[in-house]
Design a protein around this ligand. Sequence first.
Ligand code: ADP
Ligand code: MG
Length: 277
Amino acid sequence: ALPAVHASRPSPSDAAQNVASLAGLDARSISAWFGTHKVLDRVSLSMRAGEVTALIGPSGCGKSTFLRILNRMHELIPSASLAGEVMLDGQDIYAPNRRLTDARRQIGMVFQKPNPFPAMSIYDNVVAGLKLTGLRTSKRSRDDLVETCLTKAGLWKEVRDRLRQPGGALSGGQQQRLCIARSLAIQPRVLLMDEPCSALDPTSTRRIEETIAELVSEVTIVIVTHNMQQAARVSDRCAFFLASHGTPGVIVEHGPTSVMFENPQDERTSDYVHGRF
Ligand code: ADP
Ligand code: MG
């Protein structure tokens, strides 16, 4: 049986009815290289609107690379190249006429190590997310945005009286929630999270999981995690990546989280999710 965080929130279809701007992400036949080293081989995955998709699998099988391809960060690495398509709400983010900033604005990312701007105030850290959009806003609307994003990230009550303190003064878990608030400031349609709790203690981890469960009604979430309990708790669907014996990473199996954990079709999935890898 799946634990409570997963069970207590509205079903994806309920959520989809409430929020018009939910968007799915569809990766089609993605291959990736660093120089001549091929690290992903024709990976296809649909990440549905209003759901949490967990990417699981051993280190080095290309999960982070796949995630970076989903918001066009991969192309920042000089040796990197790729093939395939990534459709956001039916539009290829790699189409020639599509601007790079367009993809970044709609697809936010949170990393393993919390990386707020440490010397910048908590308030300015959240507003910094907005700079990406180039939008000019009034002080009043910035204040509203900061409160809204910090509330959604589960941090508002803790920091409302010290918004001018530096982001670096917060605890690790709070810093990660500040990073979530910063990424929400651009109102992304998809939020990518690369092992967001790996550097955090169990209590902070749990709070981030609760935040994920609340956020998914308004933003599609893709999370890489090595923590199988976490995958079971937070995700609707899982994709199991594997790169065996130096071959490029592939998805061995993907499907509803309950099936992946309780009735996987591939023995390697079963071994991995039960820690026999
Ligand atoms: P995972 O996140 O599943 O651990 P990664 O996507 O980080 O896997 O890595 C997949 C493969 O790509 C590994 O073999 C890794 O060494 C290689 N790789 C990752 N980043 C780079 C890079 N910037 N330059 C060269 N090789 C890289
Ligand atoms: Mg990784």
